[in-house]
Design a protein around this ligand. Structure first.
Ligand code: GLA
Length: 380
């Protein structure tokens, strides 16, 4: 698709094509920016870039999704207040140049089928795709973890949206038929095979993640405050990752209840994620599902980032045959739920949840049965 668009817009063949997937997080939510553990999978929805070099230092980029062109010079990369879709590429390009990679001008077309603002990390896919694009076009030989960090910097420092490292990491380094277990403290990671007896079903609530950014910032701050409170008691903690359940229990009465609950989500979610990896390896998918369910309760009650619609989707999911576990996924406040469903029940699950959600409210759910896929920087 993107190749054809390129041909149409630039009247030439692209030199290269790259793709970067969106993601779904199975468990380990709001833990990445607390130095904790996550277990996402890359999905079979991707952003594709097609392009070729130019002899000068101009970059012309066409967005298939926005049907618009933007243009900038490699020596003066500024944020575009109108064509905001071009800022991910601008950010990545600026930071690559800033790090001493000498780029050339290029003609680029990009687009894809990762739903926007649905909590499936379309922006991470656009950033990682841009990084993979330059890497391949110019043979930069970037170290994959460096590329991930650079893509995240583009989101944080150029686009100006706070986030942890999970989304860019999985978009770059996910693997087909595997989840990725990542320690966000030291960025060590391991691919864990997913059982072929289960399906990952993503249900998009249709609610755009309106409050997500401001509430995300609030949660970030609260986590830092909680760490400061705990550290002030003489415990050697730098992040919530270092906090033990027993320490937190001991502080229940002496700590502000809201901060305590925020910390409790993160500390318990880290425990759940560690257990989830273990049971995934032993094939105990029922326990895996229970952990997902517990994660949702914790996100709803302690972390307070769920929504009426997400809770409804989770409730409906849990009534279906073949369901193992259901929870909201991503930042929250709209977006999607992730469900683990026995393979043979997946089809009827999709139909029943679609129907139930339609009958319960005014919005239609979009439901995807996902295949775990390769990341942009994983060689096949
Ligand atoms: C968003 C962020 C991630 C992560 C999740 C919550 O997707 O981009 O870094 O913090 O929210 O787990």
């Amino acid at each position: 698709m993107t190749e054809e668009t390129f041909r149409k817009i630039f009247d030439a063949s692209p030199e290269i094509v790259v793709r970067a997937p969106g993601r779904v997080n199975l468990i380990g939510e709001h833990t990445d920016y607390n130095d904790g553990f996550v277990l996402p999978a890359a999905i079979d929805r991707t952003i594709r870039y097609a392009g070729r070099r130019r002899a000068d230092r101009r970059v012309r980029v066409y967005s298939n999704d926005f049907q618009a062109t933007a243009e900038f010079d490699l020596d003066d990369i500024q944020k575009d207040k109108v064509k905001t879709w071009s800022n991910y590429l601008r950010g990545v390009t600026k930071f690559l140049e800033g790090d001493g990679h000498r780029l050339t001008g290029a003609e680029i077309a990009f687009g894809g089928n990762v739903p926007r603002e649905a909590g499936l990390s379309s922006s991470a896919a656009v950033e990682v795709g841009a990084t993979a694009f330059w890497n391949k076009l110019l043979g930069l030989g970037l170290d994959p973890v460096y590329a991930v960090k650079l893509a995240r910097r583009a989101e944080n420092e150029f686009v100006g949206v706070p986030c942890g490292i999970m989304d860019q990491f999985i978009s770059a380094l996910g693997r087909r038929e595997h989840a990725l277990f990542l320690d966000c403290h030291d960025l060590t990671y391991r691919h864990v095979p997913l059982s072929s007896d289960v399906r990952i079903v993503v249900c998009d609530s249709g609610v755009k993640r309106a409050l997500a950014q401001s509430e995300y910032e609030v949660r970030l701050k609260q986590c830092r405050e909680a760490v400061a409170k705990i550290a002030a008691t003489g415990r050697a903690v730098k992040s919530l990752r270092d906090v033990q359940t027993a320490d937190l229990d001991a502080m229940r009465g002496s700590m502000d209840n809201l901060l305590w609950r925020r910390a409790h989500h993160v500390v318990s979610e880290n425990q759940r994620t560690l257990e989830a990896v273990k049971v995934l390896q032993t094939g105990d998918m029922e326990r895996f599902g229970e952990l997902m369910n517990e994660s949702h309760e914790s996100l709803r009650n302690d972390y307070e980032v769920s929504s009426v619609e997400l809770d409804k989707l989770v409730e409906l999911a849990r009534q279906q045959k073949g369901i193992l576990g259901a929870r909201m996924t991503g930042a929250g406040f709209g977006g999607c739920t992730v469900n683990l469903v026995r393979a043979e029940a997946a089809e009827s699950f999709v139909r029943a949840v679609e129907k139930g959600y339609r009958e319960a409210g005014t919005l239609a759910a979009k439901i995807y049965v996902c295949q775990a896929s390769d990341g942009a920087l994983v060689s096949a």
